[in-house]
Design a protein around this ligand. Structure first.
Ligand code: MN
Length: 427
């Protein structure tokens, strides 16, 4: 086939195109990629070869003039391009730089699509309008936003399996800058939507294995996960994958419930009320460095709280939180986890149901959204290895308010995760 004229190519043209050389080109990261044939003209295509919809690609940061690649092009005196670039699979020998002098890192962009370019209600939603990068291709991603659409551990009102999709939609509202802390997480760490973790809605143990295997791959890539559940049992396989056979980690856990129960329904040990009992037994968390914040409500018998306290967990019941205030509580929490590797788990039901009603087990008298924001910001500087936001249940969230709360909590968590990533990579 003759080479098409320089300019835009369709996917079909790209796939059919043979430039008559040994050089082969293929997409990287499952996203639009650049193609600069050595010695040949710069070409662009209008969709990638992995079948991602054209409309989605138009929304990609790599297509936008304000993204890193665009800035890089401007810096080099080149016009911004809305087309994405294709990179030759076989690297050119010049230290990984292409004909225009750009490195691979400069070519890729992990910035969200700007609401100044494409309205926030438009386009195919990914978490925070980040690029979608499958985990097997996420070689330079530092923070992966991951959905776990599963609620097989739910004992009462189900629905968090629908959480990731609604959270992705709501997350299109999130912007770049945290005005309170001045952190810009997307500029501090390369963030991407790694998609949804595979699950089996009809089998608890199979799902636990699938999730832990997925997070094992995330860990192997050195990616810090920001998880959107899913019910709270999701945290167990996430910790299994993330900690593996390593030393138990510290944890800061926001919740109305301890989730330290032993079993339900006559000995069944895997529900969203038991994940941290299992995590403690399996050596995934160090209970002497676990802090729980916001615990309240009526209880079965208090056995969960007694067991946790007997194993060194610091439980801040909601009354103590309200009496002492955010700063004092978080100062003590920080002192307990110290510089240990620390996981953060945030159950949306820690927030008062007047502000976050869409959850399976609401308890009155909870944290306000503002308190939660202030508390998460106090995690900056800790040695964080990952975080989750769980129990958003769209069927009980007709206003969509709970998802708004959830994605803003995710953004606060992302800010402190990005800070941890940035400091570790600078060390
Ligand atoms: Mn919970």
């Amino acid at each position: 086939m003759a080479q098409p004229a320089v300019g835009r190519m369709t996917v079909a043209e790209f796939l059919a195109w043979d430039d008559g050389t040994e050089q082969r080109y293929e997409p990287i990261d499952g996203r639009p990629v650049a193609m600069n044939p050595p010695g040949g003209p710069h070409r662009t295509i209008t969709a990638n070869a992995t079948g991602v919809a054209l409309a989605a690609l138009r929304d990609r940061p790599s297509c936008r003039p304000e993204n890193e690649a665009g800035i890089s092009r401007r810096r080099r005196g080149l016009p911004p391009t809305f087309a994405f670039d294709l990179c030759p699979r076989a690297r050119q020998p010049s230290a990984g730089r292409d004909r225009e002098g750009a490195t691979m890192a400069e070519r890729r962009s992990y910035l969200p699509v700007s609401g100044m370019e494409l309205p926030r209600f438009a386009g195919i939603p990914t978490f925070m309008r980040l690029p979608h990068v499958p985990v097997e291709e996420a070689d330079d991603v530092q923070i992966g936003l991951i959905g776990v659409p599963w609620d097989g551990g739910t004992t009462n009102r189900p629905g968090p399996r629908h959480g990731p999709r609604q959270l992705r939609d709501a997350s299109t509202m999130i912007r770049l800058l945290n005005q309170a802390t001045r952190l810009r997480p997307f500029h501090m760490a390369r963030c991407a939507d790694l998609g949804d973790c595979p699950v089996n809605p009809a089998d608890v143990q199979d799902s636990l294995q699938r999730v832990s295997a997925f997070y094992g791959r995330v860990r192997a890539k050195g990616i810090v996960p920001m998880t959107a559940g899913g019910d709270h049992l999701v945290s167990l396989p996430v910790l299994r994958g993330l900690v593996g056979h390593g030393a138990p980690v510290a944890m800061i856990h926001f919740d109305a419930h301890t989730d330290f129960y032993d079993s339900y329904f006559g000995g069944f040990r895997f529900t969203h009320g038991t994940p941290f009992r299992r995590a403690a037994e399996e050596g995934l968390i160090d209970t002497s460095r676990v802090v729980q914040i916001g615990i309240r409500g009526s209880a079965y018998d208090g056995e969960d709280v007694e067991w946790a306290r007997a194993h060194g967990v610091r439980i801040f019941m909601i009354e103590e939180v309200m009496d002492k205030g955010v700063d004092a509580v978080m100062a003590e929490a920080r002192a307990i986890v110290g510089d240990q590797l620390t996981y953060v788990s945030f159950d949306i039901d820690s927030i008062d149901p007047s502000q976050a009603p869409g959850t399976g087990t609401p308890e009155i008298g909870g944290l306000t959204t503002h308190m939660a924001q202030r508390m998460i910001r106090k995690l900056q500087g800790l040695n964080l290895i990952g975080a989750d936001l769980v129990e958003v249940s769209p069927p009980f969230d007709p206003s969509g308010m709970t998802a708004w709360v959830g994605v803003n909590i995710m953004f606060e968590l992302l800010c402190v995760l990005a800070d941890a990533v940035q400091r570790r990579s600078a060390a």
